[in-house]
Write a protein that binds this ligand. Structure first.
Ligand code: ZN
Length: 50
């Protein structure tokens, strides 16, 4: 299985708040999600990190 663990990084404080997995062959685009950040105490944009 080609599922890789990826981290979702808050674009405001750069914390790695979430961990998820995805199939890089099926989803070549970078993930970009609005998620709640405990450090920022609000929803911020989270992007996939390497
Ligand atoms: Zn944050």
């Amino acid at each position: 299985m080609a599922r890789d663990i990826i981290h979702l990084v808050c674009q405001e404080c750069k914390r790695k708040n979430y961990t998820t997995t995805k199939n890089k062959r099926r989803t070549p685009d970078k993930l970009q999600l609005k998620k709640y950040c405990n450090a920022c105490r609000r929803h911020t944009l989270h992007k996939e990190a390497k």
